[in-house]
Design a binder for this molecule. Structure first.
Ligand code: ADP
Ligand code: MG
Length: 458
């Protein structure tokens, strides 16, 4: 075959792509084939999803728009268990590689590709990539995992609703979709539906505008398993909340399984109706935390082996010790290492890996609450100690609110913990302060500049 897969890929990926392209070659013209399929190759497979490396944005769009279904069909006919296809831009010429490295890396670290790149089932919105098989369990998420497992056998009858909360990139979406994929897989008759709270809200607004509120109501009442992601974005959306409340009641009364996720415990989501909060709390609330070192090593190992990539213990231990953030970041770094090693066609030395980290990962300095207080009070030229006191003097109130806002927005500290660390304040005071700054930022250009300048000091 004339087609040479590039970038160099692992043996089984090479084989799969070579068989698939043979199939494709039979059905497209020679010119088209050489234009669109040269310099493509399978980078990795993850949970049934094939990641196809393509040379640039243009080819990516073209393949997606014209050939997506076709490529997927060819892949499925040649490989077992292929369920999805995603495109990743990966420069092909090693000479160009260096100068374009930054850009490649951006594409590769961005493991959450834009929605249109994902092969998502239109009927249920589920991404086939999110399954239990690829979900690593550690002490940071074992409770959430156990709760999710418990509802698989008798959906709607064990924990209803299941509410999963935790910071970004820690596996909430993966876990709640894995439940959906599992139930769908074990009983295809079950109607599963996954939706983000934002999409739900848009759907609602559109149906009101189009005078189709009844079909909206019908649609959302017919699911056996209803999964809503990121409900923190319902904050302040009163009408949507109202509608969700009715959907919830209708499903709940028929013992349909309902699952929610959010970045916060429901009690700390601002501007959320009490009656929704009490519904959310009626079932089981579990959190996922940051993975600790051992779990980070386990995640790196598992993801490397899913990618047929062999990683030495030294490397996984090194990466787990320097990447202390969330799982999405771990995946990003791993993709980087895999791609570099594929481009070089050999395994990387520890020094090479260190330099990848040094050049590409912005090391997040660990910042304590005290550091934030110090920087903000210095900026506004007030005494540090006053922030912790009860004083409501104007010159203290604003910096204090800004401190709370920065701790919440930039460092993901929970509302109760911010309150506790800033002189034992109630979490509702903290929520109010953050809301105040968020509101002010929309209308006060000067404040925007001030906060920008403060942020630059971290
Ligand atoms: P969240 O919804 O909490 O922001 P995601 O579910 O999107 O996080 O997870 C971010 C990335 O990390 C995804 O690619 C997901 O597959 C991966 N991931 C998260 N948790 C795990 C886990 N326990 N094991 C393996 N991969 C995980
Ligand atoms: Mg998510």
């Amino acid at each position: 075959m004339s087609h040479k897969p590039y970038p160099p890929t692992m043996e089984n990926n090479k084989q799969l792509w070579s068989s698939a392209t043979t199939e494709i070659e039979l059905h497209v013209s020679k010119a088209n084939f050489s234009t669109w399929f040269k310099n493509t190759g399978i980078l990795k497979q993850d949970g049934g999803v094939v990641f196809l490396g393509v040379p640039n944005e243009f080819v990516k769009d073209w393949l997606y728009n014209k050939y997506h279904k076709f490529i997927l069909k060819a892949l499925r006919s040649c490989g077992e268990n292929v369920r999805g296809l995603e495109y990743v831009i990966c420069k092909t010429d090693p000479k160009l590689q260096e100068q374009d490295e930054k850009q490649d890396i951006k594409a590769l670290t961005n493991t959450e590709l834009p929605l249109k790149d994902l092969y998502i089932n239109k009927e249920d919105n589920l991404n086939p990539r999110y399954v239990f098989d690829s979900f690593v369990i550690g002490s940071f998420n074992e409770l959430a995992h156990a709760a999710a497992q418990a509802i698989l056998k008798r959906p709607g009858h064990v924990y209803n609703p299941l509410f999963v909360h935790g910071g970004t990139g820690l596996g909430k979406t993966h876990l709640i979709q894995a439940v959906g994929n599992y139930i769908k897989g074990s009983d295809p008759k079950k109607k599963v539906y996954y939706v983000t709270s934002e999409k739900f809200s848009m759907d609602y607004i559109n149906s009101v505008q189009a005078n189709k509120i009844n079909s909206f109501k019908e649609k959302y009442r017919r699911y056996d398993v209803f999964i809503m992601d990121d409900i923190q974005f319902l904050s302040g959306k009163e009408k949507t909340q109202e509608e969700l409340f009715h959907v919830f009641n209708a499903l709940y009364e028929q013992n349909k399984q309902i699952i929610f996720s959010s970045d916060q415990h429901p009690n700390y989501i601002p501007n959320l109706k009490e009656r929704l909060k009490s519904r959310f709390s009626a079932g089981m609330i579990v959190d996922v935390q940051q993975p600790e070192y051992e779990s980070r090593v386990a995640i790196l190992r598992s993801k490397s082996s899913l990618n047929n990539f062999s990683m030495t213990d030294e490397t996984s231990q090194y990466l787990a010790s320097v990447i202390q953030g969330n799982i999405r970041e771990l995946e990003g770094v791993l993709n980087l290492v895999i791609c570099q090693s594929q481009l070089k066609n050999r395994s990387l030395t520890l020094n090479e890996i260190k330099s990848i980290i040094k050049n590409n990962i912005k090391q997040r300095r660990s910042v304590s609450v005290k550091d934030v207080v110090k920087i903000v009070t210095e900026f506004y030229n007030i005494e540090e100690g006053m922030v912790y006191e009860k004083t409501r003097r104007k010159e203290v109130v604003k910096p204090r609110q800004i401190i709370m806002y920065i701790l919440r927005e930039d460092f993901n500290v929970s509302y109760p913990s911010i309150g506790q660390k800033l002189g034992g304040r109630d979490h509702t005071t903290v929520i109010h302060s953050c809301e105040k700054i968020r509101g002010d930022l929309k209308k006060d250009g000067l404040l925007v500049q001030e906060i920008d300048r403060i942020r630059a000091m971290f």
